[in-house]
Design a protein around this ligand. Structure first.
Ligand code: VAH
Length: 314
């Protein structure tokens, strides 16, 4: 990877991935792009930044051609809950954006990273120890764009030899950029509430068990996959990866070990509860471990400690 483009660079994953890539590959070699100009911050001040709507093929092509981009981390997408409120827009951004990036990757021989999700599975998928290869009939528009994206990326690899690789991420937890419009956002919001008011009103049921991952592991997984020996990859789009598994009740109990006065209440959002209930409880990520040595570093205890320390400093 020499010249890298990150789309959706102002998002929860994109903002931290861009900074990490700039630290590793040189700020001048990592081009951040997002659909609107954010406030001047570490992202826009630490390296090149473009305003880009990924549906705008001529602008996307011009950015890739001008800068000799050889690797694209395509993160621009509407997340599950916000997508469910505007399914046509979600299909337009998530799928027309992806087909544009795949076409650009084909024309300019770029390697491509595509973030899929546990959302790519549905209620007929085995919910515990969810296999790498299994039935995928998601019931959300976000999940439909993710499984369609996986199939498109595999197609472009087999048909046009595009070096497309992807991960099925669980919920991501980060201290720098809040997520926008996801079903797992509670697992980030709860930390800010715990520090600010020692109380959090959770929009998912107390017993909603989901796979989760701390941002440093999510970034490490993306970069390790994209730099892995492609001859070792039996799967490509997209590897199951997970790091921990908990319910809101279990997360609250871990926070209470640090903030004893912290309390949680539950005000279930039917839309986001229905989305979460359609996802598996725990994925099997043995294929990622076998094919490119995936190994998470943060478990629930380590993540909670680090999150509280980092947010307290913000
Ligand atoms: C969402 N954070 O909630 C994303 C993610 C597994 C969840 O894809 O939509």
């Amino acid at each position: 990877m020499k010249k890298i483009l990150v789309t959706g660079a102002t998002g929860q994953l994109g903002s931290e991935l861009t900074i990490t890539l700039r630290n590793r590959y040189g700020a001048e070699n990592v081009f951040a792009a997002a659909d609107k100009k954010p406030a001047l911050n570490e992202l826009t001040q630490s390296g090149p930044y473009y305003c880009l709507d990924v549906r705008d093929m001529p602008v996307l092509n011009q950015i890739v051609e001008t800068n000799n981009i050889d690797t694209i981390f395509h993160l621009a997408a509407l997340l599950s809950a916000v997508a469910e409120q505007q399914p046509q827009q979600a299909w337009d951004v998530n799928m027309n954006g992806l087909i544009n990036v795949l076409e650009i990757s084909r024309m300019h021989q770029c390697a491509l990273f595509f973030p899929s999700s546990i959302a790519a599975f549905g209620t007929e998928t085995p919910s515990m120890d969810t296999p790498q290869d299994t039935i995928q009939r998601p019931t959300t528009i976000y999940g439909i764009t993710k499984v369609s994206g996986e199939l498109l990326c595999d197609y472009y690899h087999h048909r046009f030899d595009v070096d497309a690789r992807g991960l099925r991420y669980p919920g991501l937890i980060s201290s720098k950029t809040k997520p926008g419009g996801g079903t797992t956002d509670y697992a980030v919001d709860i930390f800010y509430a715990a520090i600010k008011s020692q109380h959090y009103e959770c929009f998912l049921r107390a017993d909603t068990q989901l796979d989760m991952m701390y941002m440093p592991d999510a970034i490490d997984a993306a970069i390790t996959l994209m730099t892995a020996d492609s001859t070792q990859l039996k799967h490509r789009n997209a590897f199951n990866v997970t790091a921990m598994n908990f319910t809101p009740q279990q997360l609250a109990a871990e926070i209470q070990k640090h903030i004893p006065e912290f309390t949680i209440a539950y005000n279930v959002d039917p839309l986001r509860q229905a989305i979460a209930d359609s996802w598996p409880r725990h994925m099997n990520d043995s294929a990622a471990k076998a094919e490119w040595d995936w190994q998470a570093q943060f478990d629930l205890q380590a993540m909670v400690k680090d999150m509280l320390e980092k947010i307290a400093l913000n």
